[in-house]
Design a protein around this ligand. Sequence first.
Ligand SMILES: Nc1nc2c(ncn2[C@@H]2O[C@H](COP(=O)(O)OP(=O)(O)OP(=O)(O)O)[C@@H](O)[C@H]2O)c(=O)[nH]1
Ligand SMILES: [Mg+2]
Length: 233
Amino acid sequence: MQHLVVMLPVLNEALGLAWVLERIPHKRLETMGYRTTVLVMDGHSTDGTEQVAEEYGVLLVDQEDIGKGSAIRHGFREALRLEADAVVMLDADGTYAPQEMTRLLNGLEANSVVIGDRLNGRMAPDAMTRLNFIGNHLLTWVATALFGTTTSDVCSGYWAFRKEAIHALQLNSRSFEIEAEMFASMVHQRVPFGFEPISYGPRIGEAKLGSTADGWQILRKLITRRIFPEPLM
Ligand SMILES: Nc1nc2c(ncn2[C@@H]2O[C@H](COP(=O)(O)OP(=O)(O)OP(=O)(O)O)[C@@H](O)[C@H]2O)c(=O)[nH]1
Ligand SMILES: [Mg+2]
């Protein structure tokens, strides 16, 4: 059997985490030939997130440092240490449907990375603010123009990776610019990737992303990584 690590970055996400853990399609994953480890990367939550992980008997690791980007990079190292053959990452805020990970994983037969595409999928009308909607489309357009490679959703938080892709990615993001940097690095490292339309719904609990400032940081990361093929330490 192949080992799948489902990585969930969480910061004060007790309700969302429980919602996600209830919906991971364990039976279907097993039928597909995966044994699954759920890895919760915790950003020092104080709202009972840790207890939720304990209740469901999943692995929780306290992230070094702070920020979603640091959590994802640390999570990748943990996944490789756990000898993962494949990794799925998704936000644990109830916006992404865990059941859809089987479609992303199916796409790994043709590509080393599959990205869940919210912008061409089924988006609930109240899933994104107008500002976030425009920001996501603009950043996606800028990423495509800068790199000369099409991305259809550069800020998606739902990804599937084969382990070779995780070895290949070169990243140093600490915050919400991590997904944009993963796109940039895939282009530089010539990692083959594809997209799969997904559904996107309203979040459970409070948002951690602060629209405008984070949007600028994502744009800055895209420009920096266009100029520098390797991350500046
Ligand atoms: N480990 C860790 N996880 C984080 C941190 N910041 C955010 N997260 C998690 O990363 C995921 C995405 O964060 P969100 O606040 O939903 O950000 P977003 O999805 O970009 O923004 P929204 O559209 O407002 O939901 C959630 O599961 C958060 O709990 C952090 O510093 N450390
Ligand atoms: Mg979210």
